[in-house]
Design a protein around this ligand. Sequence first.
Ligand SMILES: [Zn+2]
Length: 377
Amino acid sequence: MKFTIHHIDNQTSARSGEIVTDRGSIPTPVFMPIGTRGSVKAVNTAELSSIDSRIILGNTYHLYLKPGHELISKAGGLHSFMNWNGSLLTDSGGFQVFSLAKLNKINDDGVEFQSHIDGSRHMFTPESSMEIQQHLGADIIMAFDQCPPGQSDYQTVESAVERTTNWMKRCVSYLEKNKGIHAWEQNVFPIVQGNVYEELRQKSAEELIPFATCGMAIGGLAVGEDKSDMFDTVEQMDELLPKDQPRYLMGVGRPTDLVRAVKRGVDMFDCVLPTRNARNGQLFTSSGIVNIRNEQHKEDFTTVDEKCRCDLCKNHTRAYLRHLMNVNEILGHRLATMHNLTYYMELMKTIRDEITAGSFDDWSHNYLKTMINYKGM
Ligand SMILES: [Zn+2]
């Protein structure tokens, strides 16, 4: 994997560039749609390519439980299983174990948990997370980390930071001893923890930087802390993390969050918002959030967003989409999902173009000033 920075903004820490994996080039900053269980819900891979999405996410926890990493491995890895020619990133499974599994018991060895599907008992360790991710075969894989809840006290976070470093060592040692199952290269990102405690963030970053060969992730944010604390931490990371590697801010977020984080030197993002909110009828548009289920759209025969080029906005009315959503038609989910993903992809393209043109600071100032009036953006 190779990361090249093409332009660095004069006024902010924003940079534009590209990541090249064995699957091709990914212009950065990039937003990665989430394909939890081997599909970005409601859309197919040709549709993802049509909006120039180059990398998507798979969730190790879900894929391990169903259909199982060994089955996916037999299919030739997740790319061929789901017929995706672009790049893939898988998470370590840790975050879902903590947030979804019925029971989880953490100790220094790993995490014991009960499946949220059938209650069956399982154990994830740094070694098993690496092994599962080798079977899945994503181009970028994540180290197994401990992500404590947002409001955790100092001691809890401190022990999570220490454990994350120890687990990182075990991930690397596993990968050194066990070469990949598939023919292409897999690259592991360490995940910096420490919640919003400056001292712990510094400790975590310093301990993990020696393991960073191709990129680093900022984990443990967007888990319930104040937004200003979140951006202070991102700023701190901008100072500490290697500048010549991509920085991935996990689980963030809203369109304005992406712009504010790019300003602070972040290159990669993922979030369920555009896809999940689409299925609930919440659309991101150039003039703010549209809640299509609202009564006001019942007889509204205008388009959702005149500035959008997606199928929904070119061909259908608000009233039609509202009707589809109200009667739970699958097409409604499909149209809304493609619309939201189009909004996010276009936003990232604009960000990259503005950085390249040297006008990102002015543009972002105007964008944030406009969007501050729209709740939820
Ligand atoms: Zn649209």
